[in-house]
Design a protein around this ligand. Structure first.
Ligand code: ARG
Length: 557
């Protein structure tokens, strides 16, 4: 059992009520701490006394009513041995056994704006996916591609005009042209609002199976998919499914029937509208007055499909905060439909990404192309690698590979290390940097651990019986054993940044220790052995964490 849970159970047994323990930032307040006595108006001292003699702790100390627990050295050393034994499995649990989570993520599908901020959903969503997988959940990733809806009406309308007037051929289309046409549409529609009606008509035609509309639509989707796949490849992300909105054509009618039967939508000026009780939320259109379907209706059909296909316990949407209101409406609608009994719905919203200057610029100029931005990250990482001592022995191919791992990792880490809800700033110098809270710093620390272990010859073997850890070593040890708890917490709170902050702290502690303490040339064999054990476990925990975050851990850097 996880240690945090174990302590909670111990306290609950004593007080007969639910108790929660926290992990204080500062070890002076213990490894774990609880305010249970304060909350329940009980005598902390009496509770603490009943915990004396438990092998888990050296002491349970009362400070201002809080009970602070200090893990025993024996426990810490046993846990270190466990980490070494379990390697990449250390920290895993069966918390999710028998449970299924559907994660709806990736937002690079919008033709309109494709700044680097549009990677957030993909990067965060993938980390959440990996976290839950690590905890034993069955994970289903689904990219709800925006491959249907009025925006395609706009494109089809524009393209159809060009085919008629300028003899454009469908096979001459490419992603640049699509983007241009989309932007053009919005510019022109400002002067000629009737274009919006035309676009709606084309979307309706598309929904009704018009051959020409379908042909143009399919070309648009194929071109975009090719573009997206290049970006997914660069990112090293593979999403299980990309069913997309278009998949739900022909699957919406039963939902409409159900809503009608339950009296949840009503006819208003030809459209079918859902109103929410007490007007807490604005109403939503399920079917438009031209009988066209909506994003909302497709989402309901999507939920129904996911229920029947995967029977999920959780459906989590990693989608920008611009859709927060919409998801409140969507979740309310599912509640009104009576669909939420066994399922938990979550919107993991993320904030915007800004740049220091307000513009995205790469060495190539002011572009917002995702691919250019990612390529620049790789180039910048390449510069660092070329200037580093350790890369000397590497071949050009190896260096290239390394630059990719470091550059892409840096972009991901920048995103993941900050709370997802916050707007974040994209600044090259901070992101691709060997120092500070960055991806490269963590990769560098991992490589450092590997280099020490390699020099020492073989695997670290057993933790010495009585290594008498010094203060710095003890701190690393106490950090290390938190790993399984941190993983849990990051998952429960859908916050990969907690995991990032944790490994950053661990890496800092290790590097401080490394600067001060000889490892291979430690004064005694026991100390050497113990330090190698710590090095091994720190390296492993960093590697496992980076893996969860979707970041590679090269052995050399
Ligand atoms: N593709 C959508 C967009 O780019 C996000 C999809 C979110 N998921 C959903 N089920 N609505 O805005």
């Amino acid at each position: 059992m996880a240690i945090k849970k174990e302590i909670e159970n111990l306290i609950e047994k004593i007080i007969g009520k639910k108790a929660t323990v926290e992990m204080p930032d500062n070890f002076e307040h213990g490894d774990f701490s609880t305010n249970a006595a304060i909350k329940e108006k009980l005598n902390s001292q009496e509770i603490a006394e009943q915990l004396h003699g438990n092998a888990l702790f050296d002491k349970a100390e009362v400070v201002n009513g809080f009970i602070n627990f200090f893990l025993s050295e024996r426990f810490l050393l046993d846990e270190l041995q466990k980490a070494i034994r379990e390697k990449e499995k250390y920290g895993q649990s069966n918390a999710g056994k028998g449970k299924t989570i559907v994660i709806d993520y990736s937002e690079i599908g919008r033709a309109s704006c494709r700044g680097i901020g549009h990677l957030r959903s993909t990067i965060i969503g993938q980390a959440i996916y990996n976290l839950y997988k690590f905890l034993g959940y069955k994970c289903i990733g689904d990219n709800h591609l925006g491959d249907w809806g009025t925006q395609f009406g706009k494109l089809v309308y524009q393209i159809e005009l060009k085919i008629k007037n300028e003899k454009l051929k469908i096979k001459e289309l490419n992603i640049e042209k699509l983007e241009r046409l989309y932007v053009e549409f919005h510019r022109q529609a400002k002067e000629k609002p009737e274009m919006e009606d035309e676009a709606r008509k084309w979307f309706k035609k598309l929904e009704d199976g018009d051959k020409q509309a379908q042909r143009i639509w399919r070309a648009c989707v194929e071109i975009s998919m090719k573009e997206f796949n290049r970006i997914y490849d660069l990112l090293g992300v593979k999403i299980d499914f990309a069913l997309g909105e278009s998949f739900y054509q022909g699957k919406m009618q039963p939902v409409v029937e159900e809503m009608k039967k339950k009296g949840l939508i009503r006819l208003s000026e030809g459209a079918w509208v859902m109103e929410f009780p007490d007007s807490q939320l604005p109403s939503l259109i399920a079917i438009k007055s031209d009988q066209g379907t909506t994003y909302f209706l497709r989402d309901l059909a999507t939920i129904k499909y996911r229920f029947s296909k995967w029977k999920p316990d959780i459906i989590a949407y990693e989608v920008g905060t611009d859709q927060t209101l919409y998801f409140r409406q969507l979740f309310k609608a599912t509640e009104m439909l009576g669909w939420t009994k066994d399922v938990e719905f979550i919107h993991i919203a993320h904030g915007l990404m800004r740049t220091e200057t307000g513009k995205f610029s790469t060495r190539k100029g002011d572009t917002v192309h995702l691919e250019d931005v990612l390529q620049e990250a790789v180039d910048r990482a390449g510069d660092i690698i070329n200037n580093s001592e350790t890369s000397r022995g590497l071949s050009e191919t190896e260096k290239h590979q390394l630059a990719k791992q470091v550059g892409i990792g840096a972009v991901k880490y920048n995103d993941l290390s900050q709370h997802h809800l916050r707007d974040i700033v994209f600044g090259w110098d901070k992101i691709v940097n060997l120092k500070g809270n960055s991806g490269p710093y963590l990769q560098y620390t991992y490589a450092r651990c590997q280099s020490v272990l390699q020099k020492a010859g073989d695997s670290p073997g057993a933790v010495p019986k009585a290594p008498a850890p010094n203060e710095q070593e003890l701190k690393i040890l106490r950090e290390l054993v938190r790993f399984p708890e941190i993983v849990q917490k990051s998952a429960v709170e859908f916050s990969p940044n907690l995991l990032c902050n944790y490994i950053f702290k661990l890496a800092q502690d290790y590097n401080l220790f490394y600067d001060k303490s000889p490892i291979i040339k430690a004064p005694t064999p026991v100390e050497k052995q113990f330090r190698l054990c710590l090095t091994f476990a720190v390296g492993q925990v960093i590697k496992t964490s980076l893996g969860i975050l979707g970041i590679k851990s090269p052995n050399k850097m």
